[in-house]
Design a protein. Structure first.
Length: 320
């Protein structure tokens, strides 16, 4: 007989998912008390949270529980490093039906823990509840280690635009999966488990990035956040954006445009930032420029090769 959440119970599940969790030196009190205690060396905490809902953000026939755990952790850890911070801890909220196999929840937690371990962070607590569908909520914490946070509002005219990581891979994987296929495997895996360039966030902060964010909703959509917050115009140069062969293969098979994957695809959690030309760090690729607004291109605008981008720029919650 398969053990389910209903037979395991809340406290049995908590015991199962917390058993054997590692604890970093930032964690002073971990799971098992009313709340965790995490060290804050410089008195400031970076905090972010994201929600994954079954049927909206993942499907069990597309992704394993382990994949969902890796993805849920990654999208939060990427937000922390996009501030130039070092991730330290995660708190997880989980809801699921009573007939969901307990093993699914345990596997999910292993994915969360393994992704957190990549950056030296720990799962320090959370909550569980019965729900009609699976819901995973992750809150991540980070330390700036004495550095200033890198905000979206710091881009300046004359800066160069650069990115680190991958663009368009997860979107290409989504295009494949929605058509009932499972290859190319590289892009399908990218949709299931993003690979944010974690080390490049703090590295960019140390190098002097003037602004930064992670690409969760699409390159153009997320660059608009920077352009609007900084009141500048950002121009993306497509010749600087290499389109990987797997994306070209998906585009050819589906009749879609590979560059559109790169410009509008989200959930790869690449990092995009602005720098003085001499400050762009190794591992970052320059793909555009920052300028002042004018009558033709008002501040807050993002252009592609000097022209306004006509297609939808990326994902927007509650409208797509």
């Amino acid at each position: 007989m398969t053990e389910t959440l209903g037979t395991t119970g809340e406290f049995g599940l908590i015991a199962a998912v917390t058993r054997g969790l590692s604890r970093s030196e930032d964690v002073l009190v971990g799971p098992g008390d009313d709340a965790a205690v995490v060290a804050v060396p410089d008195g400031r905490v970076v905090i972010t949270t994201d929600l994954l809902v079954e049927g909206r953000h993942f499907r069990q026939d597309w992704s394993s529980a382990y994949d969902v755990g890796r993805k849920a952790a990654a999208q939060n850890l990427a937000d922390v490093v996009a501030m130039g911070a070092r991730p330290t801890a995660l708190v997880v909220g989980f809801g699921g039906p009573a007939d969901l196999p307990t093993a699914w929840a345990v596997e999910l937690n292993q994915g969360l823990a393994d992704e957190a371990e990549l950056v030296g962070a720990s799962i320090v607590g959370g909550d569980t509840v019965q729900s009609d569908k699976i819901i995973v909520s992750v809150t991540a914490f980070g330390s700036l280690d004495g550095r200033r946070p890198v905000l979206r509002s710091g881009a300046r005219p004359g800066d160069e635009l650069a990115f680190a990581g991958r663009l368009g891979w997860a979107e290409a994987g989504y295009a494949v999966l929605t058509r009932g296929f499972r290859s190319p495997r590289t892009v399908v895996d990218a949709h299931r488990r993003p690979q944010p360039p974690y080390a490049d966030g703090p590295r960019a902060a140390i190098a002097g990035a003037s602004s930064m964010c992670d690409v969760s909703d699409g390159l153009i959509a997320d660059l608009r956040h920077i352009a609007e917050a900084s009141q500048v115009v950002i121009d993306v140069r497509t010749p600087a954006l290499a389109v990987a062969e797997p994306l070209q293969a998906v585009a050819a098979a589906t009749g879609l445009d590979a560059m559109t994957f790169v410009l509008t695809g989200g959930e790869d959690h690449a990092l995009v930032g602005t720098f003085e030309p001499a400050d762009v760090p190794d591992g970052w690729t320059v793909i555009g420029t920052v300028a002042e607004g004018n009558e033709n291109r008002p501040a807050g605008t993002v252009t592609v090769d000097g022209e306004l981008f006509a297609s939808p720029a990326g994902h927007a919650h509650f409208t797509s």
